[in-house]
Write a protein of this length. Structure first.
Length: 214
């Protein structure tokens, strides 16, 4: 993967932007090795191209920010969702899903606010405007994803991890307030999954700093 001070850039054999032809290249029963190659190549190409063009072509970064809106979550999932969490495509998949989630979950802001009371350090790292409502969390998700393409990638990954950590805590607290055991069990399960995702993103950030995230 291309990165400042990380040696020679890789040669990417896949297009840097998604288009309908890319979808045709990723059938559901693709060989796992080829799927992994495409995942790594497309993720690396997207990040490398965006970073190279960020100062001269802000429209490119905006298109990447809205990738799911224009191409569909299914296409992004086909490319990256099967990738290991501590890889670049795996991290990108988690951040895109995080961004979509901030637009779809009506209770997310309440759970975020519940979590901030017990995760003050994570709140500072995440950097949401206070008090955070749905719009502020959408803005935070956009800022995190933009940071992947224009800023320090490890900072963006750590912000995403902090967001997940806060919501995990808030969801666990919320589980105790729910009316039915089934709903409480589901909320507890979701909190554990969010906490695990935070671990994944923090591990990816460490790999980026070590020059081993690809």
């Amino acid at each position: 993967m291309e990165g400042a001070g990380r040696g020679e850039p890789r040669r990417f054999r896949r297009p840097a932007m998604l288009d309908p032809r890319l979808a045709e290249e990723i059938p559901g029963d693709m060989d796992p090795a080829l799927r992994s190659e495409i995942a790594h190549d497309t993720a690396g190409a997207l990040v490398a191209r965006a970073r190279a063009a960020a100062s001269t072509d802000p429209a490119l970064v905006d298109r990447l920010l809205r990738l799911v809106e224009t191409e569909g979550i299914e296409i992004v999932a086909e490319m990256w969702s099967a990738s290991a969490a501590d890889t670049l495509p795996g991290a990108l998949w988690r951040i895109y899903v995080l961004r979509e989630w901030t637009r779809d979950d009506p209770r997310l802001a309440d759970r975020y606010r519940l979590g901030t009371a017990r995760a003050e350090v994570a709140e500072v790292v995440a950097g949401a405007a206070a008090p955070p409502g749905p719009a502020e969390l959408r803005d935070l998700a956009d800022a995190v994803l933009s940071g992947v393409f224009t800023g320090d990638l490890d900072v963006a990954l750590n912000r995403a991890a902090a967001f997940c950590r806060i919501v995990a805590i808030g969801t666990a607290i919320d589980a105790d307030l729910l009316d039915t055991p089934a709903a409480a069990t589901e909320a507890t399960r979701r909190a554990a999954a969010l906490d695990s995702t935070a671990d994944d993103l923090e591990r990816a950030a460490r790999r980026w700093r070590a020059g081993t995230l690809d």
